[in-house]
Design a binder for this molecule. Structure first.
Ligand code: HEC
Ligand code: HEC
Length: 471
């Protein structure tokens, strides 16, 4: 299935920006012997009577080995990190948690927030390094973002729902959930909810422009994602569904290279993603996003005139050193170890995962680049359960501008979601209150997989969920 808007996009792009598939599909970091070894270890399982070798070690040698990580499951550093890098990551952690304040303030290195913003700290949205929360019925949630994919003339790229003293926030929104029932072929019923957002500007006037809702994803394991060789994702992508399996993974390319992060894979590097967050979510300037007023448009005069907290030497609020430290932090968070890999019910659920073809998008494993700059992340067998590609998930999951293309979220660590944060929910807009609901919303390219799940007897469905909980 080719998503129409993407098709147009491809045709309109100058040819040079389309990756030359053949050249990009080769692992230039491996010698022939290593290539053979990698191919062998990446073979998909055919039997499920016992766990695969190293299956429990989600992030290879980086994996935290503790079996009961509790609420810290996403917050531990790579277990093979050297002490110099660990110190940098610890300083980065302080910045990730730091609560920024409005300028001017006595704590000069922490000021410059806003003038408009969504939250004061990174950790404020990425709760305990895990996912954020979503609005309750009738309400709004400060960790949850509404973006304007087609920039709003006054409000810019995103709705900022808070402002420094003396200025009003850009607006507010209310969330309404429409209930609907899903009836399985065997008669079982599951309640689902579908969100609707009603947006108001600062004067209480309705904003009718289409919004794209985004729940904050977890931020662990992202260094390993950076270390995945692009050739592996190029080989998995199948833009025009050449193999006719109904699934056409798209690898988007931005000016800066292949997309790696966020729900639309619109960001290429952790640095770019962090600069974007400082600018749009907190109103803080950095080298790549130098406007002190963040997302304020020329018509937002008082916002543009706000006081900034720029560093006198670098002329921005977030210095190069701070950006380096935040990047070190994001590169250093380890995925948690799998639990119960050899439990017969988990193994049976795993066999259903393959039987239902969930793995066509939730691709189980990769071996990271042998030449990745950070040694701890190099040449690791990792199990993220994602192809890191975009898929058309059907109109029910489309955002307010009709885009239903989302990246396959990695499923590693998903079993810890509600342990880390009891309010955690699933999918890009957090509408799914549990894993079963998340599966039932799968449509578009994932319609066949969903149908295999819904047609299976209840014991098989329960085993599949049990497998997901072990991740
Ligand atoms: C207001 C809430 C909020 C704040 C504050 C925030 N984020 Fe995020 N973050 C999000 C949301 C929502 C997304 C998903 C955005 C999208 O898909 O467009 C995201 C995505 C990310 C990702 C990509 C994760 C992935 O799996 O691809 C990283 C990394 C990240 N944020 C880091 C940061 C850092 C670093 C900071 C602080 C400088 C920060 N965030 C501040 C809400 C927030
Ligand atoms: C065609 C590709 C595709 C197939 C096949 C597929 N998924 Fe997904 N999956 C996705 C995408 C894309 C999303 C994100 C959709 C969104 O957020 O709107 C997703 C989201 C999820 C989530 C929620 C993750 C989170 O972090 O919130 C779970 C759980 C999940 N899938 C499990 C499964 C299972 C189990 C199967 C097999 C029955 C399956 N998926 C088949 C692409 C796929």
């Amino acid at each position: 299935m080719i998503h129409r808007s993407y098709f147009l996009f491809t045709v309109l792009l100058p040819l040079a920006t389309i990756p030359a598939a053949a050249g990009n599909a080769i692992r230039d970091d491996l010698d022939p012997k290593q290539q053979a070894a990698v191919e062998k270890v990446l073979t998909l399982p055919k039997t499920f009577s016992q766990a695969e070798s190293f299956e429990a070690m989600t992030g290879g040698a980086t994996t935290r080995r503790e079996t009961n990580l509790g609420r810290q499951a996403y917050s531990r550093f790579l277990s093979n990190l050297n002490s110099a890098d660990e110190q940098l990551a610890a300083l980065g952690n302080a910045l990730f948690r730091k609560s920024w304040v409005a300028a001017p303030a006595s704590t000069h290195s922490s000021d410059g927030l806003g003038p408009v913003f969504n939250a004061r700290s990174c950790q404020g949205c990425h709760i305990k390094d895990g996912r954020g929360t979503v609005p309750l019925e009738g309400g709004f949630d400060p960790t949850f973002l509404l973006k304007f994919p087609i920039a709003h003339r006054t409000l810019g790229a995103q709705l900022q729902t808070a402002a420094v003293t003396g200025l009003s926030a850009e607006g507010r929104y209310q969330t309404f959930y429409h209930q609907r029932e899903f009836t399985y072929p065997d008669g079982a019923i599951k309640e689902l909810r579908h969100p609707e957002y009603v947006v108001y500007d600062e004067n209480g006037e309705p904003v009718t422009m289409g919004v794209s809702p985004r729940m904050a994803p977890a931020v662990f394991g992202l260094g390993l994602v950076d270390a995945i060789h692009i050739a592996d994702r190029v080989r998995l992508s199948d833009e025009h569904d050449a193999n006719a399996d109904g699934i056409s993974g798209v690898l988007p390319w931005t000016g800066a290279g292949p997309g790696r992060y966020a729900w639309k894979l619109q960001n290429t590097s952790l640095r770019q993603q962090s600069g974007d967050a400082f600018s749009h979510d907190m109103g803080l300037s950095s080298a790549a996003f130098p406007a002190h007023y963040g997302d304020c448009t020329p018509s937002q005069l008082s916002c543009r005139a706000g006081v900034d907290g720029a560093d006198p030497k670098e002329g921005v609020e977030v210095t190069q050193l701070m950006m380096d430290l935040v990047e070190s932090y994001l590169l250093s968070l380890a995925p948690p170890k799998r639990r119960d890999v050899s439990d017969p019910k988990v193994l049976y659920g795993k066999s259903r995962f393959y039987e239902f073809k969930c793995h066509s998008c939730h691709h189980p494993k990769f071996v990271t680049r042998a030449d990745y700059p950070k040694k701890a992340l190099r040449y690791q067998l990792i199990w993220p359960y994602s192809d890191f590609l975009l898929h058309d998930m059907g109109s029910d999951l489309a955002d307010g501008v009709g885009s239903s293309e989302w990246r396959t979220p990695p499923l590693w660590g998903i079993g810890y979601s509600k342990i880390v944060n009891p309010l955690a929910t699933f999918l890009h807009d957090g509408r799914a209150r549990d894993l079963e609901e998340a599966i039932l919303w799968h449509a578009g390219e994932a319609e066949d997989a969903k149908q295999r799940f819904t047609l299976a007897p209840v014991q098989q469905r329960a085993a599949l969920i049990r497998f997901l909980e072990s991740l």
